[in-house]
Design a protein around this ligand. Sequence first.
Ligand SMILES: CC(C)(COP(=O)(O)OP(=O)(O)OC[C@H]1O[C@@H](n2cnc3c(N)ncnc32)[C@H](O)[C@@H]1OP(=O)(O)O)[C@@H](O)C(=O)NCCC(=O)NCCS
Length: 228
Amino acid sequence: MASYRIRQYRDQDYDAVRTLFARGILEHAPAGYRYVLRSARAKLELLVLFVVVRAAAGYWVVGLGAVALALVATWLLVRSFSTSYVQQALSTDLHDIPASYLRAPDSCFWVAEAEGAVVGMVAVAPTQDLAERGMALELKRMSVSKDYRGQGISKALCGEVLRFARARGYRAVVLSTSMVQVAAQRLYEGQGFRKVGTFSPSLLGSLLCFQVFHYRCDLPGRTTAPPH
Ligand SMILES: CC(C)(COP(=O)(O)OP(=O)(O)OC[C@H]1O[C@@H](n2cnc3c(N)ncnc32)[C@H](O)[C@@H]1OP(=O)(O)O)[C@@H](O)C(=O)NCCC(=O)NCCS
């Protein structure tokens, strides 16, 4: 097991951090695809497609071809869902990390470094949820390189975020993760987060039965909003 240290983000981490983030999201596309196909709605839609096309064309093989095309189209949709999420993050907060997280108030960005390389990352920033403004921070962009998983790195990164929020007098840390990020769900539940909501992020998301889970970890201590 390689030793690692957690430190604040530096400019030279830019490419490593963006690559680590993109890989951590894109690796879930196959699981997302399997999840969509396992849903009762997708199975029913494929069956209806097969029956309708077979009846219209009069050939089994044409019905099967339509189902095969629908499977390919679904994969491309799921994949584009992941890539557009990555592109959106890379062109917004991960475009200028110091401005987004180091110079912004109540925000920070840490990396885990092992053997001279960035192998983990996490960010924290004030939540965008207006009802929680001043009360909760949001944990974002958690990712650990595949070769360094299972060594407690994400737990250590999560610990940094919780300590940071507590030190600033926040009452909670919130985050979002998806239904296919099972390791992340276990990680957060083990760190004191509880699931407080589920939603579909977009029309395409609901068509694909894609669900986002909201998690919240209440922090003991203050009962009033921190000063700004
Ligand atoms: C989720 C992720 C960050 C975990 O990183 P990690 O450094 O391997 O996690 P740790 O070694 O610190 O383990 C912490 C806990 O996570 C859970 N966990 C980690 N890997 C798991 C797996 N493969 N299956 C189920 N639970 C898992 C366990 O509860 C574990 O606690 P335990 O060791 O006491 O059982 C990592 O798998 C990852 O980067 N995934 C891709 C990106 C991603 O999904 N990020 C989350 C964005 S919300």
